[in-house]
Design a protein around this ligand. Structure first.
Ligand code: IPE
Ligand code: IPE
Ligand code: MG
Length: 249
């Protein structure tokens, strides 16, 4: 397939981008607003970034919205975040559907209340045949928990030890069928994975920016894509120009 001509950023571009949307609290604090105002601005920003991803022709975007560790936050914040997810599923799903966004979820649904689970299920069902872009919401997601869930499922399926390989394990992950992320972005200046896509990001390129998530816009994404295009992904091999080189001695 020939790529459409696009002068917005250099090639190659990632197929799948993972985003750790961090810094909502600090964004609110800098404005002397309650933390929830930061989370609200952060949630609104998903729309803006998805529009930019569509414009740039990205196929898959996974956003880290609630980690298995985020349950350790004060209960009013956890409740507020659950409420925001619920509102997003009520108010934004029509618009996402119209844009052709296919919604997927990764993480454990069991610990969410029945109504939220139902809303997620309906949103996935409504958008399942959409083709413009796939937006994967990581909610109650943890990379270690995902490995635990995969092992539990394999044992339940009575998988034989000798049948376990990387391909099989991948198929037991929440992300089964989704290509691994090529580019991982973390906002707000923190430089850690915080348990996000541990298995899948083994060979992803990372982009860290000090920009707080609610301020991360189209131009910030374009810069991340420029940075990605300048990287050389070797996957453990030698540089292509070194492959043919003969070394004396
Ligand atoms: C990210 O923003 C959103 C979630 C983790 C749910 P934070 O709430 O972590 O914001 P900071 O890191 O405190 O600024
Ligand atoms: C990671 O951010 C989780 C999400 C963005 C959902 P955190 O703010 O929770 O991560 P730590 O605690 O700084 O590692
Ligand atoms: Mg944070």
């Amino acid at each position: 397939m020939t790529e459409p001509k696009n002068e917005l950023f250099s090639r190659p571009k990632p197929r799948h981008i993972g985003i750790i949307m961090d810094g909502n609290g600090r964004w609110a604090k800098a404005r002397m607003l309650p933390r929830m105002a930061g989370h609200r601005a952060g949630t609104d920003n998903i729309r803006r970034v998805i529009d930019a991803c569509i414009e740039f022709g990205i196929e898959f975007v996974t956003v880290y919205a609630f980690s298995t560790e985020n349950w350790k936050r004060p209960s009013d914040e956890v409740q507020g975040l659950m409420q925001l997810l619920s509102e997003m599923l009520d108010d934004r799903i029509g618009e996402l559907h119209e844009k052709g966004v296919r919604l997927l979820h990764i993480g454990r649904l069991e610990q969410l209340d029945a109504l939220t689970r139902e809303k997620i299920k309906n949103a996935l069902e409504l958008t399942r045949n959409n083709k413009t872009i796939t937006l994967i919401i990581a909610w109650n997601y943890g990379g270690r928990d995902e490995v635990v869930a995969a092992v539990q499922k394999m044992l339940r399926d009575q998988v034989k030890p000798d049948d376990v390989d990387e391909k099989l394990l991948s198929s037991y992950m929440f992300t089964s069928g989704i290509p691994d992320p090529d580019l991982m972005i973390r906002t707000s200046g923190e430089m850690r994975t915080s348990n996000f896509l541990l298995w899948q990001s083994a060979y992803a390129e990372w982009f860290f920016t000090d920009t707080l998530w609610p301020d991360f816009d189209r131009e910030s994404l374009r810069q991340a894509l420029e940075s990605y295009a300048s990287r050389e992904r070797r996957f453990g091999k030698r540089k292509p120009e070194d492959e043919k080189q003969q070394y004396a001695g």
